[in-house]
Design a protein around this ligand. Structure first.
Ligand code: 5AD
Ligand code: SF4
Length: 461
């Protein structure tokens, strides 16, 4: 950020710099932005280089083992930076936030003494106060669950904070999860499922729209499990909320992520049928195509339930692109179970998907199961599954060539004179376009597709 963009109120005061590195899911991306907001008010400006930073925050992910290990190796690098800054007479505060912070607490500063502050995801609004404490030399650990207090702070962002957002923005509607899939740490690191109220969410959407945001993605660990209090005192579901948000002036596209098949109710399917601004893209993880594994994972639905659900969604919105998450090598997964997953993927066909080798997480029921699958077998299965998913994704992208689609331009392109935007199905689209079209929608003819993006030309009218 250059000094011209520094809010007037902070000029002269903003002499501290913060570097935040974000790991994992979109909720962490949203949380990192909110940490930046809280710290802006405290006189910090963001920097992209840890060497310049007076404060380094790692916003961590605990979902798989590798994700957590990456944090410790990054802390090794940060220690060297802290030491060399100290030699130059500069102080550096180091904080670990996010789900590793929540799960490991004080263990982190024991294993990595470079860390001054460990802060869990529900306490970010207290960052300035906690940093003040840590600046006195005390090792601070804050991992309380206090989601209502966090929600209250989210509902009242400063004007400067809102102004910084681009044309697309995330909006957290719920946090936590009560589903307890047997592989997953989220119910432990993020706590119980708690929903924000309709008024809080609509209020934030209105503030985003007033700041120029045109596309909002509702976020939650189990977003379609959202059940917030409506302005009429009743409890609403996500479908009803989407209808309400569609009325907010200035918001032209809505998305939500990430969903559980069991929470796709009639109202939500009706929203896909009736709301043009609800984009035809749905991330609906199934994890496995085998009934035995789905049961062991505590998913509480069968593969047939999933097929029936997909049929109902496609019936009301035939152009919808499906996305999902898959885990291979859950304990007890046989070759036949894996074939069932491959068969499910063949039958459903995905526009994009994420897939992982099962990683035992301490404290989850899956980790103590005896029939763990060999790493080699997991690797083989993952490679085969990813090849299938990649071919489906490429086929989907190529099917759009020659079509005219609507694009929201959200940033500069890779090359001079280009802008980059998103299709309704979330693919990045690169187009030669004047910079005035930043933040605008335009019709684009798709000329070429790659595995991950589209290229097109503006349709002049
Ligand atoms: N091992 C592998 N993948 C996991 N996921 C969650 N927990 C694990 C685990 N222990 C995957 C799931 C989830 C996504 C966010 O991460 O597919 O949907
Ligand atoms: Fe984890 Fe999602 Fe299952 Fe919740 S629904 S336990 S977040 S995988």
């Amino acid at each position: 950020m250059n000094s011209e963009k520094t809010p007037d109120a902070l000029k002269g005061k903003a002499d501290k710099k913060v570097f935040i590195k974000t790991y994992g899911c979109q909720m962490n991306v949203y949380d990192s932005d909110r940490m930046n907001d809280a710290l802006t008010t405290d006189g910090y400006i963001p920097t992209d280089t840890p060497e310049d930073a007076d404060l380094v925050i790692l916003n961590t992910c605990h979902i798989r083992e590798k994700a957590a290990e990456k944090v410790y190796s990054e802390l090794g690098r940060i220690r060297k930076i802290k030491d060399s800054r100290a030699n130059a007479g500069k102080k550096t505060m180091v904080s670990v936030a996010g789900c590793v912070a929540q799960a490991e607490g004080a263990e982190i500063s024991k294993r990595a003494p470079v860390v001054d502050l460990v802060v869990g995801p529900q306490s970010y609004h207290r960052l300035p106060e906690l940093l003040g404490k840590a600046a006195g030399g005390e090792k601070v650990v804050e991992t309380e669950f206090d989601i209502q207090e966090k929600f209250k702070h989210l509902a009242t962002p400063s004007k400067e904070a809102v102004r910084k957002r681009g044309v697309t923005a995330f909006l957290t509607v719920q946090e936590g999860c009560d589903k307890f899939c047997t592989f997953c740490v989220v119910p432990y690191t993020r706590g119980a499922e708690v929903s924000r109220s309709v008024d809080q969410i609509v209020g934030e959407a209105q503030r985003l729209a007033a700041a120029g945001v045109r596309e909002v993605t509702l976020l939650g660990q189990n977003v379609n499990g959202w059940h917030g209090q409506g302005s009429d005192g009743r409890e609403w579901g996500l479908g009803e909320l989407l209808f309400k948000l569609a009325e907010v002036d200035g918001i032209d596209r809505l998305r939500y992520t990430t969903s559980h098949p069991r929470d796709m109710d009639d109202a939500l399917i009706a929203a896909h049928r009736d709301l043009d601004i609800l984009m035809p893209y749905l991330h609906l993880p199934v994890q496995s195509g085998s009934d035995a594994i789905l049961k062991a994972m505590n998913r509480k639905h069968t593969r047939d339930d999933y097929f029936r659900l997909i049929d109902r969604i496609r019936e009301v919105r035939s152009d919808i692109a499906l996305s999902g998450d898959f885990i291979v090598g859950f304990p007890g997964e046989t070759d036949k179970d894996f074939r069932d997953t491959m068969d499910l993927i063949e039958k459903v066909t995905y526009g994009s998907a994420f897939s992982f080798k099962y990683s035992p997480r301490p404290g989850t029921p899956g980790a103590t199961l005896e029939n763990q699958v060999d790493e080699d077998v997991k690797s083989e299965r993952l490679a085969e599954l990813q090849a299938l998913l990649a071919s489906q994704q490429a086929a989907f992208n190529h099917s759009l060539t020659g079509q005219k689609i609507n694009v929201l331009f959200e940033k500069g392109g890779r090359q001079q004179g280009q802008l980059s935007g998103r299709s309704p199905w979330l693919q990045p689209v690169h187009v030669e376009a004047p910079s005035e079209l930043y933040g605008e929608f335009a019709e684009v003819e798709i000329l070429a597709a790659t595995a991950n993006s589209l290229q097109g030309k503006l349709i002049q009218n």
